[in-house]
Ligand binder design. Sequence first.
Ligand SMILES: [Cu+2]
Length: 329
Amino acid sequence: MKHSLIIITFGIMLTALSMHSANASEQEHAHNHQSNERTTTPQSQSAAESGNPLVVNAYDYAFDIPTEVKSGWAQVIVNNQRAEEIHEVTIVRLPDEIDYQTYLSEFIEPWMEIWQGMKDGDISRANLFSTASTMLPEWQNELDYRHARGIVSPGKNAEAYAYLPPGTYSVECWLKTEDGGVHIAHGMIRELTVTATESSLQPPKEGTRLQVSRNGIHMPDPITTGEQTFIVEVEPTETGTPVHADLHLIRFDENVNPSEIVQWLDWYHIDGLTHPAPAIFLGGYSTYGSALIDDKAYFTVTINEPGDYAWVIQSDPESPVWMPFTVEN
Ligand SMILES: [Cu+2]
């Protein structure tokens, strides 16, 4: 599990080489734009009351985030209402001796090169790991992923709970533009400091229960429209790693092909996580790194309308793991 996470992170890095100076003005613009609107965002207000919000405003292609957040539980609020494209938020704690600039130059930049090599056909999936290991620093194994892949379609918000020990972090989006450019390389990466001051926030105790196991996805109770909080119990395997890497709530139309959707979730696939998405993504969680605490995940989504929805797990396109269901009013 950890291995695959590291590989995924690699891929994102390729485009980062040029992102830094090129996107400074764009980020500046996004930041100014966002400051004016933040106080009017309902999600920001509700999170502020609960103690430790980490509001991530997404743009095509920039993040506006606070510079620091308290340690302990944080409410990661992804606001994708101002973007035209789908985005995600990965939150990774850097090793103690590695600063953010070193992370960019020694980890992100090689990953962007690796992805370019995959796009050009110079690096195959079969030799990806061996190639990556020669380009990436030893300390990559100490990267500590606390949250990843809460994929959110444009016009939507999603919230998830993450547990963040103090330290220096990177907040980044590994999704890709229509021509295969990783969003990180276009500017969707930011430094975050998690302070020693501890938040009093606790994850929600009330919510709709979900179980994810080797048998698939089990949701005992039907869900309705409105804001929905999910508490997910993820079955560990014999080795202690969760059975599935991630879970997403999607809205789809009758032409949906679940194989196409799970294939799209594969970052290493040449068209994986590339705009446009084959369904509307409303939120979810990933088990990368240390993202699960006590084998549980917590997240909140807003379901605006009744209709056809599904839980989808990144899985083998030959036998996709998904659970379609209908939402009533
Ligand atoms: Cu993005």
